[in-house]
Write a protein that binds this ligand. Structure first.
Ligand code: ATP
Length: 288
């Protein structure tokens, strides 16, 4: 196979609780990830010049070894011991950057999946997941997708029943928040009230969308919204427009609203479009 392409889906966090700081500086998290249909498009092809080259639709993203997609390809060849004949990667970015939607992580996971297919599946699912974790805490989830509970620093993953059918309005204010900055704000402000994931997990098991929406929680949201009040304002606006629940995703800055009816979500998105650069209507995906 000389050429292969795939979709790299974004994620939102339905739940995120910071469980403490480890001695190595990593924050232990308990989080519920949900894949959504919004995706980057990733293509890989072989050529004869050696090396790894990347073309990316966003000119300000690095295209060298700092890009997570390139890191993933390097890791694949290291892990498998296969010789890289020469690889072209092409990414059409649709997922906003620095938004808490795992844009870079999902590109990396997609490259790992595509290369494993291209070279005849040399890595087992387990080895792929272990390699993915070295690229970032949410990369193992991005490999599998769907709905899952993650613990530790992303290495413990448990599949969950899917989020019931709904529409998700995703908005991003005109600024990004890096994961590092969000955790620094969390540490500076003394953290957040601890959440409880059990009611959310029970609502997922019952297939109860309104129950899920009542239990949305993100421990990073208070500290980040304290610094960037627009995040709280966007949540309120989404609720006014009919969202059953709204939350900042991951480390921000994107905020989502969950709507039981797609038409209401489309109308809400229309109302927000003039004020924000990034507004989209998407939906949860049960698996990749
Ligand atoms: P997460 O939700 O995983 O915490 P995020 O969605 O907030 O991450 P990303 O969009 O992944 O953040 O971008 C974070 C940083 O990663 C950016 O500053 C960007 O320069 C870098 N980066 C490296 N590779 C990529 C990529 N393929 N796509 C997007 N960003 C990338």
């Amino acid at each position: 196979m000389k050429q292969i392409s795939g979709k790299a889906y974004a994620k939102i966090n339905l739940y995120l609780d910071v469980r403490g700081l480890r001695a190595d500086g990593y924050h232990e998290l308990e989080t519920v990830f949900q894949t959504v249909e919004l995706c980057d498009l990733v293509a890989a092809s072989l050529h004869r010049q050696g090396g790894i080259s990347l073309r990316c639709s966003l000119p300000y993203l690095p295209t060298d070894g700092r890009n997570l997609a390139v890191k993933a390809a390097e890791l694949f060849f290291r892990e498998t011991g296969l010789e890289n004949p020469g690889l072209n990667l092409n990414i059409k970015k649709n997922i906003p950057v620095g938004a808490g939607l795992a844009g870079g992580s999902t590109d990396a996971a997609c490259v790992l999946r595509l290369l494993n297919r291209m070279f005849g599946m040399p890595l087992s699912g387990e080895r792929l997941a272990a390699a993915a974790l070295t690229l970032g805490a949410d990369v193992p989830f991005c490999l599998r997708g769907g709905t899952a509970l993650a613990g530790g620093v992303g290495e413990k993953l448990r599949p969950l029943p899917p989020l019931p059918e709904c529409a998700v309005v995703l908005v991003k204010p005109g600024f990004s928040v890096s994961t590092k900055a969000a955790f620094a704000l969390y540490d500076q402000t003394g953290g957040s009230r601890p959440g409880k994931s059990a009611p959310l997990l029970a609502a997922l098991t019952r297939g109860d969308l309104k129950g899920v929406c009542r239990e949305l929680h993100n421990g990073l949201e208070g500290p980040v919204a304290g610094q960037f009040p627009v995040i709280g304002q966007l949540k309120e606006r989404l609720a006014e427009l009919g969202a059953e629940g709204a939350l900042m995703t991951g480390s921000g800055s994107a905020v989502y609203g969950i709507f039981s009816r797609r038409e209401a979500a489309v109308q809400a998105a229309e109302a927000l479009r003039g004020q924000l650069r990034f507004v989209t209507v998407t939906r949860p995906l049960a698996g990749l």
